[in-house]
Design a protein around this ligand. Structure first.
Ligand SMILES: Cc1cc2nc3c(=O)[nH]c(=O)nc-3n(C[C@H](O)[C@H](O)[C@H](O)COP(=O)(O)O)c2cc1C
Length: 357
């Protein structure tokens, strides 16, 4: 079956999705991207249902264009108290250094079922998911609410699992990508495939199923978009590039680190959050990295380090922040999102003309 055009279905002028970035995106960023003809996304994995509704209301005040909401598919964990105590003991010297009390968080994560109901009620054009897989019944509920459903995959097997439950598109996230790996099948160390290999393999697997492919990981300019299209993607999802935009909601120390970083300054680590994520190496990564294998799984470790990272942000300390960013970080162009989209459009148009010559 021919794969429906994602951009035509969503009415996008540009094949560019602003990557959802929980804790870093803002309604202003998503609205600017959607208003300029791309797809703005709200990363709502860490937003409560009330905060989701508020973010969507703010976005809708700024644009009537389509946008998306992204959630983490996860269950509330029930860690053993000795596991939590061990993890807290590892972090105690860092908390002491910043003069912070080390209290256990009120809860480990938001309630996914409540977030899912909130998403259905908000009816975004796109509902996207990472960290896990929905059931076919959940996908049907989203379709009934008029949502185009996008699942994140880091392997062909995960892409096919999303096709099996009826997703409309798969966002294939290469090893280069900033932020957390979405891996949900098998060991994350077996799912470290670069985009050059992942995209054509996913394109071949998804095309017979009529499922569209979105490319994520290391795409920073028009050349990257064209390359992803050549490998079978209908659209690209760019995170790091938009993280440096004026509208992103990140602390100044993170912004400064983005501006300084070179391509070799990022690494994948599960030491900060308990789920592998790519970010710029700083003191926090270096201090916790030796314990990477021991720390509890996401979201427990993430919640245990959250107060430390919040305090680091408030006091302008980039050394104890999580500086999530992808391998393309050296190519960030700090500017308003609308200006970045104009640049990308010009670059895309230019290379398109070249390929037509
Ligand atoms: C700070 C940050 C936060 C992110 N948060 C999310 C998220 O909440 N949900 C999600 O599906 N992807 C998340 N991502 C991944 C992006 O949406 C996107 O797929 C990825 O950044 C693409 O790779 P790039 O950074 O090389 O452009 C995040 C990425 C970054 C850099």
């Amino acid at each position: 079956m021919p794969t429906p055009s994602l951009c035509a279905t969503l009415g996008l002028r540009l094949p560019i999705v602003q990557g959802p970035m929980a804790g870093a995106d803002t309604p202003a960023l998503a609205a600017a991207v959607s208003a300029a003809g791309g797809l703005g996304m709200l990363g709502c994995g860490m937003r409560s249902p009330a905060a989701m509704a508020e973010a969507v209301a703010q976005l809708r005040q700024q644009t009537a264009r389509p946008f998306g909401i992204n959630l983490f598919v996860q269950e509330a964990p029930a860690p053993r108290s000795d596991e939590v105590a061990r993890a807290q003991a590892l972090l105690a010297p860092l908390y002491a250094e910043l003069g912070l009390p080390q209290a256990p968080p009120a809860r480990w994560c938001e309630d996914f079922a409540a977030q899912f109901d909130a998403l259905i009620a908000l009816r975004p054009a796109v509902a996207s998911f990472t960290f896990g897989l929905l059931s076919a019944a959940q996908v049907q509920r989203l379709h009934a609410a008029g949502c185009t459903v996008v699942g994140t995959a880091t392997t062909v097997a995960e892409a096919l699992a999303w096709a099996d439950v009826g997703a409309d598109a798969v966002c294939a996230s290469g090893l280069e990508a900033g932020g957390h790996r979405g891996t949900f099948l098998g060991d994350w160390r077996d799912a470290l495939v670069g985009s050059m290999a992942l995209l054509p393999a996913c394109a071949d697997a998804l095309a017979p199923r009529g499922v569209a492919l979105i490319a994520a990981g290391g795409i920073m300019d028009g050349r990257g978009i064209r390359a992803a299209q050549a490998l079978g993607a209908q659209a690209v999802q760019m995170g790091t590039a938009f993280l440096a935009c004026d509208e992103a909601g990140i602390p100044a120390a993170w912004r400064a680190a983005l501006a300084r970083a070179s391509a070799t300054d990022t690494r994948l680590t599960r030491a900060i959050s308990g789920r592998p994520a790519r970010g710029i190496v700083n003191a926090l990564v270096e201090r916790l990295q030796p314990h990477e294998a021991e720390v509890p799984a996401y979201p427990v470790q993430n919640a245990l380090t959250a107060a430390l990272r919040r305090a680091a942000a408030a006091s302008g300390r980039g050394d104890y922040l999580s500086l999530w960013a992808g391998q393309g970080v050296a190519a960030v162009r700090p500017m308003p999102a609308a200006a970045l989209l104009r640049c990308l459009e010009a670059e895309l148009g230019g290379s398109q003309m070249l390929s037509n010559e």
